[in-house]
Design a protein around this ligand. Structure first.
Ligand SMILES: NC(=O)c1ccc[n+]([C@@H]2O[C@H](COP(=O)([O-])OP(=O)(O)OC[C@H]3O[C@@H](n4cnc5c(N)ncnc54)[C@H](O)[C@@H]3O)[C@@H](O)[C@H]2O)c1
Length: 377
């Protein structure tokens, strides 16, 4: 090989600091239309949604936008994970090209996490990137996808294996949309919010214990603080460590085991339910390591049991298989054990040196799984 120069430097301006607003409230349709009208008047729009959300809400938004003179291309995908594929992505992109959608267009991602991830990834790559806003319609997408800029599709090699970090222009969280969301999907998202309080804020965890009935009844003020505070915690963590070098990994609390449970159940268990079980196991590990008190552990289990998530869900699963899968988790970089986030109390993560993740031996993982599995209630 012949090197023809010593290498020359390409100087680029530092990446711009990007910020965007997340609006929360009820009956936000007018706010959304006013915001779009102000910022994007005269631009093309692509409204991406799934068929369920289209029937319930998106067609109304489409009509309102068309009434005030916007040119909108609405694209509907089938609901669920099966739409988060390269094939569906390509079909949508080709339709956008056919309809001469240009690079100044605004994409509106209107749906749950599937639509958010898919439409976000399309926005990141269509004509090398177009602007997009998110209107999340599930609790999970409100509390989790609204912050962090992760967009992705699944492949046969794994979930979210191809994607990009791409931030929206704004996010509009309308609690009215939750009225039609099945309860299990409400709980699915609530688990992620509870997780952020477990790692970062004892007081809010305590508030959730007190207000759980109101939250499940979709009482506006309770929903507002749960969503806002969990987004606040997530965004401060993401801002401090956008590329997941250390701190951001605390968001994986419950996920090492949770992802393994999802895989073992072939994704038949909803993500939040698997993460709740993962939290129980990782909290049990924290107890075994002498970090977390038994009282705190019981409070965590008791809160989940009020959401009808109990150790019983683990009963018919093969815990050795779960531990084996966890051992192979892509998030683990060391071979000596499994990387887990450990609590030292509710609202605080135990550090291992400078690291927010600790290396846990296979046998400890198995022991914690066994204790949870045989537990009654
Ligand atoms: N980007 C991120 O940071 C991030 C974070 C968490 C999860 N995710 C991704 O999100 C996806 C899961 O998201 P999800 O749980 O929202 O699933 P989803 O988008 O599949 O929605 C769940 C179901 O609820 C329906 N639905 C959506 N809104 C509704 C409403 N208001 N009323 C009635 N039904 C409604 C949908 O049609 C679907 O059938 C996964 O692919 C996951 O990887 C991404």
């Amino acid at each position: 090989m012949t090197l023809l120069s010593d290498g020359f430097t390409v100087n680029l301006k530092a990446r711009e600091v990007r910020s965007y607003k997340i609006y929360t409230g009820q009956g936000l349709l007018d706010t959304i239309i006013t915001w779009i009208g102000k910022s994007y008047f005269g631009k093309q729009m692509v409204l991406i949604t799934d068929t369920t959300v289209a029937k319930l809400y998106a067609r109304k938004l489409l009509e309102r936008l068309q009434d005030i003179g916007f040119q909108v291309l609405m694209l509907e995908v089938k609901p669920g994970e099966r739409s988060k594929t390269a094939k569906v992505k390509e079909q949508l992109e080709l339709t956008m090209l056919e309809n001469r959608i240009n690079r100044y267009a605004l994409c509106i991602a209107f749906g749950g996490g599937v639509v958010g991830d898919l439409a976000g990834f399309i926005s990141a790559t269509y004509m090398r990137g177009i602007k997009y806003i998110q209107i999340p319609t599930t609790m999970l997408s409100m509390v989790d996808s609204s912050v962090g800029g992760k967009t992705a599709i699944n492949t046969k090699f794994g979930k979210n294996s191809i994607g990009a970090f791409y931030q929206p222009q704004a996010v509009f969280i309308d609690f009215d949309l939750l009225n039609t969301l099945p309860k299990k999907h409400l709980i699915n998202g609530l688990v992620e919010a509870i997780k952020t309080f477990l790692i970062r804020n004892y007081r809010v965890f305590e508030n959730v214990e007190e207000d759980l009935t109101d939250i499940l009844a979709l009482e506006e003020n309770s929903l507002n603080y749960v969503v806002q505070l969990s987004l606040d915690i997530k965004s401060s963590i993401v801002a401090a460590d956008e590329e997941e070098k250390n701190l951001r990994m605390i968001l994986n609390f419950g996920h090492t085991i949770g992802h393994a449970i999802e895989q073992v159940t072939q994704y038949k268990m909803l993500h939040g339910y698997a993460v709740a079980l993962g939290i129980m196991v990782e909290a049990q590990i924290s107890v075994l390591l002498g970090k977390l008190s038994a009282d705190s552990f019981e409070r965590i289990l008791s809160l989940f049991s009020r959401l009808k998530i109990t150790p019983k869900l683990l009963q018919n699963l093969d815990i050795r298989q779960i531990a084996d899968v966890a051992m192979g988790d892509k998030k683990n970089n060391n071979i000596a054990g499994i990387s887990c986030v450990i609590l030292d109390k509710i609202g605080s993560v135990a550090l291992d040196g400078d690291s927010v993740v600790s290396t846990i031996s296979y046998s400890t993982i198995l022991e914690a799984l066994r204790i949870i599995q045989v537990r009654i209630g």
